[in-house]
Write a protein that binds this ligand. Structure first.
Ligand code: GLA
Length: 348
């Protein structure tokens, strides 16, 4: 038990404080499918964001080691776009989304690289929502934080990042059906490693053509119906060749996610790796979200002994590549382990 006050790092803490942690995620397969109600298979990783927080008051006051400046957002905030510094907009998004009855003050720290495609913004939103007292189940938490992301960044994102962070399971990836929002944990075989290699290109997804890809999927769905239910044979009904390729990525990616989940469950790492490479090619050629920097990393890793497969992970346009490897074969990037989801505890 701590007595009156104590210190954690350079900050003074008193009884009643909380610590909330939310992991980042890497997506093993199934990109640009979540916002069309399709299948994804991410896993929460050991790196994440911690908010140490003392509830009370009518604003959310946060300092941080990784982000610049301090944030002070009133719990009655109405316009996140006016909040400075910019990371405060995520804070405002969470406040607007969950409408807490009290604010508080605290400190944010993260072990996630920011803008690298490991869902640093989702981890911040999920950890903050927990710190602000969000007490419902992990799916409700993920929905609330997805809404926060959409409010704060304008990005029409899907639920994958927030659900992976909220519902992560030690030793497992999550097969998520984004129409039903059902989550099925799939054990990651013990005789492999998952390595994330940065391309060196950081980006903020809201300033990429992500929304344009989202709009193309909606347009394709107006022609052939929900892409999550569509079949390859229906692609012929789409006359615009670009739109047809976008839809083909989504339809074939859903097939690959299902096959990949089966391959992982049966420990067929060669097949899992092959599916990852096919997914990457589809993201590159049909969905056009790869970049020369991502291509260089993928091509290099594919020549590396012990790599079963590799692909860009997340939204693309920069960020990271994920590789499935024999243990110990890659000595770069971050070796990530499938980890538990977000949690909150009181500091005692
Ligand atoms: C980002 C979004 C997710 C998802 C991926 C692409 O990470 O936040 O919802 O759309 O891109 O799969």
């Amino acid at each position: 038990m701590r007595s009156a006050t104590s210190t954690l790092g350079e900050h003074v803490y008193s009884p009643g404080m909380l610590t909330a942690f939310a992991p980042g995620r890497v997506n093993l397969i199934g990109d640009h499918t979540d916002y069309t109600g399709g299948l994804v298979m991410p896993m929460a990783v050991q790196m994440g964001t911690t908010v140490r927080f003392e509830p009370g008051g009518d604003s959310v006051h946060l300092a941080s080691e990784g982000f610049e400046g301090t944030v002070d957002v009133p719990i009655g905030v109405s316009d996140p776009a006016s909040v400075e510094p910019r990371w405060g907009r995520y804070v405002a998004g969470v406040v607007l989304s969950i409408r807490p009855s009290t604010g508080g003050s605290g400190y944010v720290s993260t072990t996630l690289p920011v803008g690298a495609g490991l869902s640093s913004s989702a981890a911040l939103e999920v950890a903050l929502a927990l710190a602000l007292g969000f007490g419902r189940d992990s799916l409700s938490l993920a929905r609330a934080c997805r809404r926060a992301e959409q409010i704060s960044s304008g990005l029409p994102c899907g639920i994958m990042d927030h659900l992976a962070s909220a519902a992560g399971r030690t030793g497992h990836a999550l097969l998520i059906d984004c129409t039903t929002e059902a989550v099925e944990p799939v054990a990651v075989p013990p005789d492999c490693e998952i390595v994330v290699v940065p391309s060196g290109e950081t980006r903020h997804l809201a300033s990429t053509p992500y929304a344009d890809r989202h709009a193309s999927c909606e347009e394709a769905a107006r022609i052939i119906g929900p892409l999550a239910e569509a079949r390859r044979s229906q692609l012929a009904l789409i006359s615009d060749p670009t739109l047809r390729r976008r839809a083909r990525h989504v339809i074939t990616e859903n097939e690959r996610v299902r096959a990949f989940a089966g391959a992982m469950a049966s420990g067929d790492l060669l097949d899992a790796g092959r599916l990852m490479v096919e997914s990457h090619r589809s993201l590159r050629d049909d969905f056009e979200v790869s970049t020369p920097a991502l291509e260089r990393v993928v091509e290099r890793l594919l020549r590396h002994p012990g790599v079963y497969g590799t692909r860009l992970t997340g939204g693309g346009f920069g960020g990271c590549v994920v590789a499935l490897t024999e243990p110990g074969s890659l000595h770069e990037g971050w070796t990530v382990v499938p980890s538990a989801g977000a949690r909150v505890s009181s500091i005692q």
